[in-house]
Design a binder for this molecule. Structure first.
Ligand code: O2Y
Ligand code: MN
Length: 601
């Protein structure tokens, strides 16, 4: 510790304080170099934590297998420790911050014994952009370091950007598995029981403490913890938006382009949409981001978005050359795979990859696997971590520090009935209303009692709002009040997942979704037509370009129908959901709901 003497005194003092509490064997400040990354990878290969993949098939790629108890974000162990329970609201787990700190300090005390404490200075967004923010993650996991190097911009250049007193978010992480003298490490250390895991956000202090898990969103603290939960609070206080949205660039045959953001809950094909290959001739989609969008006002009064991340942490199962060819090309090299199958020739395989299952492989738990063994080769939440610059359709301006001007925001969910293929908002408040009611039908067998019910997930932010959900929606409404509404993005509610009476999807989805994007761009550009309905501005039959698509007129009519009976039931369900907000339900949203009911009757 004696050699540590950073010119940023607050950072220097914090590192020393954490080292004093966690008692690591040594402290290492990451410089972010390729050499450093390669060294950590090889150390993990040597220790048995990582498997290098066949360099002829997947150059620069590695496979990790997590502990079977540590495979996904743990929402029931995720806490918003604001000063009062009221500030965290009804949709977050709240613990008094002092009580939580006492509990966690006990866990942190000596938790890094026998391990190296890595200090990762990182920037969310291009270094130096007025929209970017800096964090420093302290962790005892080298797996976290290598993933953070792909997912964010890390190292000495970030320390330089911080200067002597730059602002940063303190992010502390430990896998929660100290080593006794001489004890051999396991390949995926983590806390032994679920109730020892804590993913804690302290919004007022802009601070994150994570303990016990080494996986994804629990451990890569720049992503959900900072870029959404803490940034949402910063955005509220500073007048901008930190959202769970993809950002894409859509260019038409005339060369004109628009930027579109999109909020979707999980299992709606968000990464696929962000990298989509349009089926309509002459149209092109390029990716700016696949998961998170930070939007701030430019001098011209428009909202400009950056992708605060530098990589993709995508779900592997289901990703194929058919569902997402550009993701498949992105992960060809320099990619970290977690919890996928390992083929006998050193490649990866997962369910839904689009190639036949090999006769034998090693599954995500490290066991022999054959197609008839009755188990999955990959965990359903297996992931790839890949650099965004490797994406063949990354937009050239994806790292523009000024961000990209947003013309439209999509909101959507997975709904087999009621919600049409696309519905345009009537105005800003109506758009926020659409964002507030979005969600997906519950399909998981884990929640059998509720199968078929809608889990409302406003702007896909339910697990990521760092404060009261009612205040969050009010912030969106206030953004409208403070600005020239004519310059704000238009909001569209889309639903790719309508089913017919036989239970089959009516709309083909994937690249065909470009037909809906085309209509949206035509609307924003003032050339597309629409009909005003009780629920919003919708395409009339014939307004969506279906040339070359094998879909009947009656199916299109079904996709674009306003099903009055179903909407009246929907209204009852929305009313029920709105009760969650108590007296924090924004009055503008109650008014929108009342207007909708009147319009439908
Ligand atoms: O399971 C995890 O820890 C990852 S969660 C995740 C990863 C990438 C993008 N989105 C998500 C999410 O939960 O929304
Ligand atoms: Mn996400």
């Amino acid at each position: 510790m004696a050699e540590l003497n950073l010119k940023h005194k607050e950072l220097d003092a914090w590192i020393k304080e954490i080292a004093g509490m966690c008692k690591p064997e040594s402290v290492y400040i990451c410089d972010g170099s390729q050499h450093e990354y390669d060294r950590f990878m090889w150390e993990m290969v040597e220790s048995g934590a990582a498997v290098p993949l066949n360099p002829e098939k997947r150059p620069g790629c590695y496979l990790f297998r997590s502990h079977p108890s540590d495979v996904a974000r743990v929402e029931n162990r995720t806490f918003i420790a604001s000063k009062t329970k009221e500030e965290a609201g009804p949709t977050n787990n709240w613990i008094d911050p002092d009580e939580l700190k006492t509990t966690m300090k006990n866990l942190y005390n000596g938790c890094m014994k026998g391990r190296i404490m890595y200090v990762i200075p990182f920037s969310m967004g291009p270094i130096g952009s007025p929209i970017s923010k800096i964090g420093v993650e302290i962790t005892d996991s080298p797996y976290v370091v290598v993933n953070m190097r792909i997912m964010t911009r890390i190292g000495t250049k970030v320390i330089d950007e911080l200067g002597e007193n730059g602002e940063f978010v303190k992010c502390l992480h430990s896998v929660g598995k100290p080593l006794a003298p001489g004890e051999k490490d396991v390949s995926w250390p983590c806390a032994p029981s679920i109730d020892q895991k804590y993913i804690s956000q302290f919004p007022e202090e802009r601070m994150i403490w994570s303990y016990g898990s080494g996986y994804g969103g629990n451990a890569l603290l720049g992503k959900k913890c900072f870029a959404l939960r803490i940034a949402a609070v910063q955005a509220r206080d500073e007048g901008w938006l930190a959202e769970h949205m993809l950002i894409l660039k859509l260019t038409g045959p005339d060369g004109n382009f628009k930027y579109v953001c999109g909020a979707f809950p999980s299992a709606c094909g968000k990464t696929n949409l962000a990298m989509m290959e349009p089926t309509i001739p002459g149209w092109k989609v390029e990716t700016v981001g696949d998961d998170i969008s930070w939007m701030k006002f430019g001098k011209d009064g428009r909202l400009y978005a950056i992708n605060p991340e530098a990589g993709f942490f995508g779900v592997a199962p289901g990703t194929s050359m058919q569902s997402n060819p550009n993701a498949m090309k992105t992960i060809q090299k320099n990619t970290i795979f977690t919890n996928v199958g390992l083929t006998d020739d050193g490649d990866v395989w997962w369910e839904g990859i689009g190639t036949p299952a090999p006769d034998h492989l090693i599954d995500w738990e490290g066991n022999d696997w054959t197609p008839d063994c009755g188990r999955n080769a990959a965990h359903p939440n297996a992931r790839f971590t890949a650099p965004a610059y490797q994406c063949p359709v990354i937009a050239p301006e994806w790292e523009d520090p000024a961000g990209v001007p947003v013309s439209a925001i999509l909101v959507g969910g997975r709904r087999k009935t009621t919600i049409p293929l696309v519905n345009g908002s009537l105005n800003w408040n109506h758009g926020i209303f659409l964002g507030s009611i979005m969600g997906s039908e519950i399909t998981t067998a884990a929640i059998t009692d509720n199968v078929g019910q809608v889990r409302r997930d406003p702007f896909a932010m339910l697990p990521f709002m760092g404060y009261h959900a009612g205040d969050y929606l009010q912030h969106w409404l206030n953004i409208g009040k403070k600005s020239d509404m004519s310059k704000l993005p238009r909001i569209y509610y889309v639903n790719w997942f309508r089913k017919n009476a036989e239970g089959k999807f009516i709309w083909p989805g994937y690249g065909e979704n470009s037909r809906v994007l085309k209509w949206i761009v035509e609307r924003i550009s003032g050339t597309g037509s629409a009909v005003t309905t009780p629920i919003g501005n919708m395409p009339g039959i014939g307004d969506i370009d279906i040339s070359g698509l094998d879909i009947s007129e009656s199916d299109m009519a079904e996709l674009l129908k306003v099903d009055k009976e179903a909407w009246l039931l929907e209204i009852e369900s929305i009313k029920e959901n709105y009760k969650t907000y108590g007296d924090k339900l924004p009055k503008e949203l109650a008014e929108e709901l009342a207007k909708l009911e009147i319009a439908l009757k």
